[in-house]
Design a protein around this ligand. Structure first.
Ligand code: ZN
Length: 167
Protein backbone atom coordinates (compact mmCIF):
# COMPACT_ATOMS: atom_id res chain seq x y z
CA UNK A 1 0.00 0.00 0.00
CA UNK A 2 1.43 3.36 -1.00
CA UNK A 3 1.46 6.36 1.29
CA UNK A 4 -1.09 7.91 -1.01
CA UNK A 5 -3.49 4.99 -0.52
CA UNK A 6 -2.90 5.24 3.18
CA UNK A 7 -3.78 8.95 3.10
CA UNK A 8 -6.99 8.20 1.18
CA UNK A 9 -7.89 5.44 3.63
CA UNK A 10 -7.52 7.87 6.56
CA UNK A 11 -9.86 10.32 4.83
CA UNK A 12 -12.42 7.58 4.21
CA UNK A 13 -12.23 6.62 7.88
CA UNK A 14 -13.16 10.17 8.84
CA UNK A 15 -16.06 10.17 6.36
CA UNK A 16 -17.31 7.00 8.07
CA UNK A 17 -16.64 8.24 11.57
CA UNK A 18 -18.62 11.43 10.99
CA UNK A 19 -21.39 9.67 9.08
CA UNK A 20 -21.05 11.96 6.06
CA UNK A 21 -23.82 11.11 3.63
CA UNK A 22 -24.66 14.40 2.00
CA UNK A 23 -22.86 17.10 0.07
CA UNK A 24 -20.98 19.30 0.39
CA UNK A 25 -18.74 17.68 3.02
CA UNK A 26 -18.51 20.02 6.00
CA UNK A 27 -14.76 19.91 6.39
CA UNK A 28 -14.69 22.65 9.02
CA UNK A 29 -17.04 20.70 11.28
CA UNK A 30 -14.80 17.64 10.95
CA UNK A 31 -11.69 19.66 11.77
CA UNK A 32 -13.27 21.36 14.78
CA UNK A 33 -14.70 18.06 16.05
CA UNK A 34 -11.17 16.69 15.97
CA UNK A 35 -10.10 19.52 18.27
CA UNK A 36 -8.42 21.58 15.55
CA UNK A 37 -8.47 25.36 15.89
CA UNK A 38 -9.52 26.89 12.57
CA UNK A 39 -8.69 30.50 11.87
CA UNK A 40 -9.12 32.73 8.85
CA UNK A 41 -6.87 35.63 8.00
CA UNK A 42 -6.17 37.80 4.95
CA UNK A 43 -2.74 36.41 4.04
CA UNK A 44 -0.67 37.34 0.99
CA UNK A 45 -2.20 35.89 -2.14
CA UNK A 46 0.56 33.30 -2.64
CA UNK A 47 -0.05 31.83 0.82
CA UNK A 48 -2.99 29.44 0.87
CA UNK A 49 -2.76 28.15 4.40
CA UNK A 50 -0.75 26.70 7.25
CA UNK A 51 -0.89 24.02 9.87
CA UNK A 52 0.88 23.74 13.21
CA UNK A 53 0.66 22.21 16.65
CA UNK A 54 1.24 24.59 19.53
CA UNK A 55 1.23 23.42 23.14
CA UNK A 56 -0.38 20.22 21.95
CA UNK A 57 -3.23 22.03 20.22
CA UNK A 58 -3.46 21.56 16.43
CA UNK A 59 -4.35 24.64 14.43
CA UNK A 60 -5.06 25.59 10.85
CA UNK A 61 -4.83 29.01 9.23
CA UNK A 62 -6.72 29.70 6.01
CA UNK A 63 -6.31 32.59 3.58
CA UNK A 64 -9.72 34.28 3.86
CA UNK A 65 -9.16 36.18 0.61
CA UNK A 66 -9.16 33.07 -1.56
CA UNK A 67 -12.24 31.63 -3.29
CA UNK A 68 -14.42 29.65 -0.80
CA UNK A 69 -13.89 26.41 -2.75
CA UNK A 70 -10.15 26.90 -2.60
CA UNK A 71 -10.41 27.61 1.14
CA UNK A 72 -12.19 24.29 1.56
CA UNK A 73 -9.45 22.43 -0.27
CA UNK A 74 -6.78 24.24 1.75
CA UNK A 75 -8.56 23.31 4.99
CA UNK A 76 -8.76 19.66 3.99
CA UNK A 77 -5.10 19.78 2.92
CA UNK A 78 -3.98 21.32 6.23
CA UNK A 79 -6.15 18.87 8.17
CA UNK A 80 -4.29 16.12 6.32
CA UNK A 81 -0.97 17.40 7.65
CA UNK A 82 -2.39 17.36 11.19
CA UNK A 83 -3.78 13.84 10.84
CA UNK A 84 -0.92 12.35 8.80
CA UNK A 85 2.16 14.35 9.74
CA UNK A 86 1.96 15.41 13.41
CA UNK A 87 5.65 14.72 14.03
CA UNK A 88 6.70 17.21 11.34
CA UNK A 89 4.22 19.82 12.60
CA UNK A 90 5.59 19.63 16.12
CA UNK A 91 8.98 20.56 14.72
CA UNK A 92 7.91 23.47 12.54
CA UNK A 93 4.93 25.39 11.22
CA UNK A 94 3.91 23.98 7.84
CA UNK A 95 3.21 26.73 5.33
CA UNK A 96 1.60 26.11 1.95
CA UNK A 97 2.47 28.59 -0.73
CA UNK A 98 1.41 28.96 -4.31
CA UNK A 99 -1.19 26.89 -6.03
CA UNK A 100 -1.51 23.47 -4.48
CA UNK A 101 1.12 21.32 -6.03
CA UNK A 102 0.09 18.29 -7.96
CA UNK A 103 1.86 14.98 -8.23
CA UNK A 104 5.35 15.38 -9.53
CA UNK A 105 7.68 13.04 -11.26
CA UNK A 106 10.57 13.72 -8.95
CA UNK A 107 9.16 13.54 -5.46
CA UNK A 108 11.40 14.89 -2.73
CA UNK A 109 10.55 14.34 0.92
CA UNK A 110 8.56 17.56 1.18
CA UNK A 111 6.73 16.83 -2.05
CA UNK A 112 5.74 13.45 -0.67
CA UNK A 113 4.00 15.15 2.25
CA UNK A 114 2.19 17.42 -0.21
CA UNK A 115 1.16 14.52 -2.42
CA UNK A 116 -0.24 12.68 0.59
CA UNK A 117 -2.05 15.78 1.85
CA UNK A 118 -3.61 16.39 -1.58
CA UNK A 119 -4.74 12.77 -1.88
CA UNK A 120 -6.34 13.00 1.58
CA UNK A 121 -8.00 16.33 0.76
CA UNK A 122 -9.42 15.08 -2.56
CA UNK A 123 -10.86 12.00 -0.88
CA UNK A 124 -12.29 13.98 2.03
CA UNK A 125 -14.03 16.55 -0.18
CA UNK A 126 -15.01 14.09 -2.91
CA UNK A 127 -15.53 10.78 -1.09
CA UNK A 128 -15.54 7.73 -3.32
CA UNK A 129 -19.08 6.65 -2.45
CA UNK A 130 -20.68 10.07 -2.83
CA UNK A 131 -18.73 10.66 -6.02
CA UNK A 132 -19.83 7.45 -7.70
CA UNK A 133 -23.40 8.17 -6.57
CA UNK A 134 -23.19 11.59 -8.24
CA UNK A 135 -21.67 10.19 -11.41
CA UNK A 136 -24.51 9.23 -13.65
CA UNK A 137 -23.53 7.13 -16.67
CA UNK A 138 -25.25 9.62 -18.89
CA UNK A 139 -23.08 12.47 -17.65
CA UNK A 140 -20.85 13.83 -20.37
CA UNK A 141 -17.69 14.64 -18.43
CA UNK A 142 -16.22 16.37 -21.46
CA UNK A 143 -18.94 19.00 -21.21
CA UNK A 144 -17.56 21.89 -19.11
CA UNK A 145 -21.06 22.79 -17.88
CA UNK A 146 -21.64 19.27 -16.60
CA UNK A 147 -18.30 19.38 -14.80
CA UNK A 148 -19.09 22.78 -13.34
CA UNK A 149 -22.40 21.56 -11.92
CA UNK A 150 -20.66 18.56 -10.41
CA UNK A 151 -17.90 20.74 -8.92
CA UNK A 152 -20.56 23.03 -7.40
CA UNK A 153 -22.23 20.05 -5.80
CA UNK A 154 -19.02 19.16 -4.00
CA UNK A 155 -17.98 22.82 -3.55
CA UNK A 156 -14.61 22.18 -5.09
CA UNK A 157 -12.78 23.82 -7.97
CA UNK A 158 -13.02 22.41 -11.47
CA UNK A 159 -9.30 21.62 -11.28
CA UNK A 160 -9.73 19.62 -8.08
CA UNK A 161 -12.63 17.69 -9.60
CA UNK A 162 -10.80 16.97 -12.85
CA UNK A 163 -7.79 15.78 -10.89
CA UNK A 164 -9.97 13.52 -8.76
CA UNK A 165 -11.61 12.07 -11.87
CA UNK A 166 -8.27 11.70 -13.64
CA UNK A 167 -9.46 13.75 -16.61
ZN1 ZN B 1 1.01 21.16 2.59
Amino acid sequence: MSNKDDARRKARELIQQFGIKSLPVNVERIARSLGVKVEYAPFDDELSGMAFIKDGVPAIGINSLHHPNRQRFTMAHELAHIVLHPTELKKAVHVDKGSLRRDRVSATGTDMLEIEANAFAAELLMPEELLSAALDERLDLEDPQVLEKLANKFRVSMTALQHRLHI
